[in-house]
Design a binder for this molecule. Structure first.
Ligand SMILES: CC(C)(COP(=O)(O)OP(=O)(O)OC[C@H]1O[C@@H](n2cnc3c(N)ncnc32)[C@H](O)[C@@H]1OP(=O)(O)O)[C@@H](O)C(=O)NCCC(=O)NCCS
Length: 165
């Protein structure tokens, strides 16, 4: 039985390991390790209460790292989400997002935001299905609104926003 629970600091090592493994089909081992640096331990020290993992028989199936904005308390933000490739398209990420939406609502948030890379068309499709709108960009790539250099030179992003009813 799949079990969802709040994340804990001790989950950090397994999240790093999961990123290195789950992304190895689409990236070199080195690039997958570099990706895991987007989730340093501090997220599990300071935002575990708004982050979730789903596991089965002690093994990770997926995780979501998110938080309520310190500067904009009405906004929640999904920083990173990942699902075991063997378990994708089975509702794991939907469950993680719905748990996050619930606690964001309880915290008084009215919107959820996140970003993805324009090449990550799977993420764009997923977020659209989850009710997110695409924020207008400064140019388009394959019909997607893109914010150029959003995260630094050459680091373009597609930005999403979803109202919390
Ligand atoms: C994006 C990701 C998190 C989706 O996880 P998942 O568990 O497969 O998603 P779910 O099964 O919960 O799907 C929820 C909805 O999104 C849709 N969806 C999922 N992946 C999709 C895709 N690649 N393209 C289009 N729609 C997609 C599903 O069909 C489902 O719709 P429905 O419930 O209306 O039928 C997963 O593919 C993943 O880990 N990708 C790599 C990491 C990544 O890109 N993260 C996001 C950026 S940090």
């Amino acid at each position: 039985m799949d079990r969802i629970r709040r994340a804990e600091e001790d989950d950090h090592a397994r999240i790093v390991e999961a990123i290195g493994t789950w992304w190895s089909d689409s990236r070199s081992p080195q690039a997958a390790r570099e990706l895991s640096m987007l989730v340093p331990r501090l997220f599990l020290q300071h935002f575990a209460g708004t982050s979730f993992v789903i596991e089965r028989d002690g093994g990770f199936l997926g995780f979501l790292v998110g938080f309520v904005s310190q500067d904009h308390p009405e906004q929640a933000y999904v920083h990173f989400v990942g699902v075991d490739p063997a378990r994708r398209r089975g509702g794991v990420a939907r469950r993680l997002y719905e748990a996050f939406f619930d606690i964001a609502r309880q915290a008084g948030c009215t919107t959820v935001k996140c970003v993805t890379s324009p090449v990550n068309t799977g993420s764009v499709g997923f977020h659209r299905r989850m009710g997110f709108s695409l924020v207008p960009g400064d140019h388009e790539v394959d019909g997607l609104p893109v914010q150029g250099d959003y995260d630094g030179l050459g680091q373009d992003r597609v930005c999403f926003v979803r109202e919390l009813a």
